[in-house]
Design a protein around this ligand. Structure first.
Ligand code: NDP
Length: 342
């Protein structure tokens, strides 16, 4: 069970919403971090943000993660890999636009790890609850035993006409499956193991480089639209929502997944609980009355949450003290206010 307490971690997609918080948390816990970005200009903000960590933070530019051998040099000398680089985009037509980078990117980094990372001890895959189910208005209980067969069926049936969320969920399902298949095929040859973390919607303050709200990542652009932008109708505010986790707790989950031997070979749902968008709107309006009130008829006690994510394994093996919806909303709005976004 090769977990680690110290060493160098390669974080792919370091300039993303989750990636930047992951780098920060790992650095604060004493790990060295090598973050990958697609070009040098995407590194500037990260270098500035993590300047106080000196040479414990470094950048590896990986221009095209779909090219064979793309990570050959980036993986050298690392003790762990947190693979998160993958598109989360709900505005694509052809499902292949999501599936190809998700699956090929995963294979490329794993192949480089297999060939060029003799010191590697743990590989963490950033998957999603979308690899377990596509949320719908159907009562379901979902655990780590589940795979999103529905997304596979939906794309087979509808192709480019499938729902945007269905396409994204399929990309995460296929990418995570690819990772486990690769690992199971090669585990006899390597000195490392694998863990996957499967969060639902990840929300929270922003640490990566974003100059305006429209440029936020997919989950946060949605949150901003609901809470600050007022772009979502009252009916949807009260009825739309699945489950959430604070990005800072997600970053903590990676650290726990690295340092917990018993996490070896496991998938973990990382979820703080269910939400409807109005839950955030109500708190935001209370904290900042200039923000809209949303659906004032909403009664959280009567909200119907269709998907119940079972988090028993996570709570036992990776005990995260989840932030509350109040903390997330308050801290995120403070972050947005400091940027002049409302
Ligand atoms: P971001 O869009 O903020 O970050 C995505 C990262 O992946 C960026 O660094 C991006 O680089 C990189 N990336 C995307 N496509 C490619 C590509 N084709 N080649 C190389 N790099 C690429 O998203 P998040 O931080 O939200 O997501 C990070 C991971 O977490 C993803 O795997 C996502 O599926 C997963 N996830 C996210 C959730 C959420 O609610 N945010 C929920 C569940 C899982 P660049 O900036 O250059 O495009």
């Amino acid at each position: 069970m090769p977990a680690l307490d110290t060493g160098k971690v390669l974080v792919t997609g370091a300039n993303g919403f989750i990636g930047a918080w992951t780098c920060k948390t790992l650095l604060e816990r004493g790990f060295s971090v090598r973050g990958t970005v697609r070009n040098e200009s995407k590194a500037t903000h990260l270098r500035k943000t993590f300047a106080s960590f000196g040479d414990k933070f470094e950048i590896a530019v990986v221009e095209d993660m779909l090219e064979e051998g793309a990570f050959d040099s980036a993986v050298q000398g690392v003790d762990a890999i947190v693979h998160g680089a993958s598109p989360f985009d709900l505005a694509v037509d052809d499902p292949a636009e999501l599936i190809d980078p998700a699956v090929k990117g995963t294979t490329t980094v794993l192949t480089s790890a297999l060939k060029h990372a003799p010191t590697l001890r743990r590989f963490i895959v950033t998957s999603s609850t979308g690899a377990m189910n596509t949320p719908s208005a159907e009562m379901v209980t979902v655990s780590e035993a589940d795979w999103n067969e529905g997304a596979i069926a939906e794309i087979n049936e509808k192709g480019a006409e499938a729902s945007p969320l269905g396409k994204y969920c399929l990309s995460k399902t296929l990418a995570e499956r690819t990772a486990w298949d690769f690992y199971n095929k090669h585990k006899g040859e390597v000195g490392w193991d694998m863990v996957s973390l499967n969060p639902p919607y990840v929300f929270g303050p922003v640490l990566h480089e974003v100059d305006k709200p429209e440029k936020l990542n997919t989950s946060m652009v949605w949150w901003y639209g609901a809470v600050v932008g007022g772009s979502i109708d009252n009916e949807s505010l009260a009825n739309v929502g699945v489950a959430w986790v604070d990005v800072r707790d997600m970053a903590e989950a990676y650290t726990l997944a690295l340092t917990t031997p018993e996490a070896s070979g496991e998938r973990f749902i990382i979820s703080a609980g269910p939400f409807k968008l109005q839950d955030f709107v109500s708190i935001a309006h209370r904290l900042h009355p200039q923000l809209h009130a949303g659906n004032t008829e909403y009664n959280p006690a009567k909200a119907v949450h269709y998907t119940n994510y079972v988090t028993d394994k996570q709570r036992k093996l990776l005990p995260i003290k989840y932030r509350t919806i109040e903390e997330l909303t308050g801290d995120t709005l403070e972050n947005f206010q400091a940027r002049g976004w409302f």
